[in-house]
Structure formats: C-alpha cells, structure tokens
Write a protein that binds this ligand. Sequence first.
Ligand code: AMP
Length: 145
Amino acid sequence: MANYRNVLVAVDFSEESKAVVKKAFEIAARNQASLILLHVVEYASSMYAGDIPLPEDLNLDRDLAEQAVLKLKALANENGIPEAAQYVEIGIPKREIVCLAEEHEADLIVVGSHGRHGLQLLLGSTANGVLHQAKCDVLAVRVGG
Ligand code: AMP
C-alpha cells in the first residue's frame, strides 16, 4: 500500500461517522501522516422554499456551521485530532471535500461508503462524487451492512 502523507476524512455526522474517523485515524497513524477532519454544511438558505419571507438577519448556514463546529470538536476529541485540523465549510459536500483535499495536498480522502444520501445505492452520492472528482486516492469505508 502507498505511503500516505496527508489524509483528509470527511464526516456527515451520520451514525457511521465514528467508524469512518477511526479508520482514517488508524491509516494516518500507520503512515505517520497528517490527518484533517472536515464537515460540510450544505447550503440551507438556498433550499428554503417556504412562502413566509425569512428575516434578513437570519443566517441559517452560519447557525448550522456554528453547531457543526461543536459536533466536529466532540468527534475530533475522541480521536485526539487537534483544533487546527478541524474544518467546517459551507457549500456542496463533494466539491468542498475535493477542494480542501487539494488545498492541503491530501493524497488520501476517506469517506463512508454511505451516509445520509443513499443507503439504497451501491455508493452514496457524495462518496461517488468525490471518487469521480478527486485527483488523489479515495477510500470508501464500508458502512451500513
Ligand atoms: P453519502 O454519499 O452522502 O451517502 O455519504 C457518504 C459519505 O460522504 C459520508 O459517510 C461522509 O464520509 C461523506 N459526506 C457526506 N456528506 C458530507 C458532508 N456534508 N460533509 C462531509 N462529508 C460528507
């Protein structure tokens, strides 16, 4: 197996996230690689289709991102991943995952084979999108049976 130097693990906070992070942590440790942890908050404002106008100062994405920072911190702490290696981005998950991987010259991206978007599929839509767009290796940790 290749020696990896920079590993990125992406989590969606589904039940399987702990197992995905654990696997990434083990691979990083075995390769003496750096490890960064990412969660992407999907654009919420653009998904709102209600009739009632939202208050102008309501920033759903920002609020969700603040909550995500806390959740990610808890997950990172369980694996001793430092704060500087924890990232919360807002956008389209597959794009942000690939983008951060490129910024950090990641040579391995670890995702779950399935998450919130697709237990019925062979590979979830985010995992599939990352696999198609990434320029580095991608490991889909088999979750959900
Ligand atoms: P999916 O393809 O959406 O079913 O999810 C498969 C995997 O992609 C998850 O287990 C995560 O590793 C990753 N993923 C999905 N959504 C996100 C997200 N919003 N932020 C970070 N990673 C994600």
